[in-house]
Design a protein around this ligand. Structure first.
Ligand SMILES: Cc1ncc(COP(=O)(O)O)c(C=O)c1O
Length: 446
């Protein structure tokens, strides 16, 4: 019998997942198109590999096991799986056509809606992925300023200009690598040191899990203005989650450009670039940013329906409430168990994480064990809580009960030195995400 969420479950049967993984490896390498969904982030042997369907906040793997999903497809599912209103919008558009030979009316409708929602959206461009719009933002910033260098803080996708500064930079010429540098989050001196007269733009995530210091983001914006560099907010995680208008609305910022994707269409692939008209106008002639599927209409219909749904159902406030519920209760549980020297739940409510303190030793070993046990109990867990509207307090109470068992077991094994032996699958790999202290600008070139 396949598992359903239950604290007393045996380990799930994963035969079909593991057989398909082995089969797929004979003609795919790697098997996942999204790093964070692949076997490195889900302990191979102990986690399902392939999902079949979803409903609300639940998903079923190809062996038929059911899980409460805490990942929301790494962000896109703001509402949940299989939401009738969104499905209907997609199906209605499907009857009329998917991709057309001329622009579709929905492109203009979505742009107008975004223009009214996002504070800096004097003008709007639509595309397909987060990396697309971040790269377009950087290119147009270079064209607008006539400068070359980029300063970044966060993750911004797979394209050369960004990924060149990470540990996976093979295939990118040194010349490109030498144009992008990072700065430390919440450290104004680190940004000030890196700004010079050749910096075209500063692109950053408003925060990842640690909150910005009071006035930090405003000061970054000001430093950019003083330096003649464009200020670009990467709102992949904050857009349509933290506030409908994203972090720029929440913190009262006015970035020159901002980029969105993930939650805007509840799972359909679409991305947005918003910003000053004067800058985006360069795409009319001098700067090239066009793609075949940019105006694909099912995603446009889904985005409009998702935005309607969000406004009508007060989704942002409800996600914040649910997210605060799990964050506060998990931290209370951690304290009650006496585990606060090992763990803390941190982040803004819409997206929190179970942080493992360095005092706990090998964090990846602990995380692998916790994941194995959460999955046994029916919680698809990768460390984060990406809140969807579909998560109810009943679901989260169950998750908290599962946490109590998983964390207690983990610390017991840690104390007894038996963690490694308790693992049924492979140890997890580090999350590929560096937000500071790498590829800093060398002092000589400042
Ligand atoms: C902050 C941020 N920016 C950009 C991206 C790239 O988006 P995509 O994977 O859609 O290209 C991601 C993806 O996770 C992200 O988290």
């Amino acid at each position: 019998m396949p598992n359903t969420p239950d604290l007393n479950n045996p380990y799930p049967c994963l035969d079909k997942s593991l057989a398909l993984l082995a089969h797929a490896r004979s003609f795919m390498t790697p098997v996942s198109q999204t790093l964070a969904k692949g076997p490195g982030q889900y302990s191979e042997g102990a986690s399902p590999v392939y999902l079949e369907r979803g409903e609300g906040c639940r998903v079923w793997d190809i062996d038929g096991n059911e899980y409460i999903d805490l990942n929301a497809a790494i962000g896109p599912l703001s509402l949940g799986y299989n939401v009738p209103e969104i499905n209907q919008a997609i199906q209605a558009q499907l009857q009329k056509g998917i991709t057309f030979s001329l622009p579709h009316r929905l492109e203009a409708e979505l742009a107008e809606r975004i223009h009214h929602i996002i504070p800096n959206a004097e003008a709007v461009r639509i595309s397909k992925s987060g990396a697309d719009v971040c790269s377009a933002a950087v290119r147009v910033a270079r064209a607008y300023t006539g400068r070359k260098k980029v300063l970044c803080c966060g993750y911004h996708g797979w394209h050369d200009w960004y990924i060149s500064v990470t540990s996976r930079s093979a295939g990118i010429p040194e010349e490109v690598r030498n144009l992008t540098f990072t700065f430390d989050y919440n450290n104004l001196a680190s940004l000030e040191n890196a700004l010079d007269s050749d910096v075209a733009c500063v692109i950053m995530e408003p925060f990842v899990f640690d909150p910005p210091h009071e006035g930090y983001l405003q000061k970054v914006q000001e430093l950019c203005r003083q330096n003649g560099s464009l200020f670009i907010l990467d709102e992949m995680w904050t857009g349509f989650r933290l506030a409908l208008g994203g972090a720029q609305e929440y913190f009262g910022l006015r970035p020159d450009l901002a980029t969105y994707s993930k939650a805007v269409a509840n799972g359909m692939p679409i991305a947005l670039l918003t910003g000053r008209r004067e800058i985006l106008q360069l795409f009319e002639e001098d700067v090239f940013f066009f793609t075949t599927f940019g105006g694909e209409a099912l995603s446009l219909a889904a985005a409009l329906a998702t935005l309607d749904y969000m406004v009508q159902n007060n989704v942002i406030a409800r996600i914040a409430e649910t997210g605060a519920y799990i964050k506060n209760r998990l931290n209370t549980l951690i304290q009650e168990l006496g585990f606060d020297k090992y763990f803390v739940c941190k982040g803004f409510p819409c997206r929190t994480t179970l942080h493992i303190h360095p005092e706990a030793g090998d964090a990846l070993l602990l995380k692998t064990y916790i994941q194995q046990e959460m999955i046994r109990m029916g919680v698809l867990w990768q460390g984060n809580h990406n809140i969807m509207l579909a998560h109810t307090t009943d679901d989260l109470d169950f998750v908290l009960s599962a946490y109590q068992i998983a964390l207690t077991g983990a610390i017991q094994h840690l104390r007894e030195g038996t963690l490694q032996k308790a693992l049924r699958g492979k140890k997890l790999e580090p999350v590929f995400r560096k937000v500071d202290n790498f590829n800093m600008k060398p002092a000589a070139s400042r």
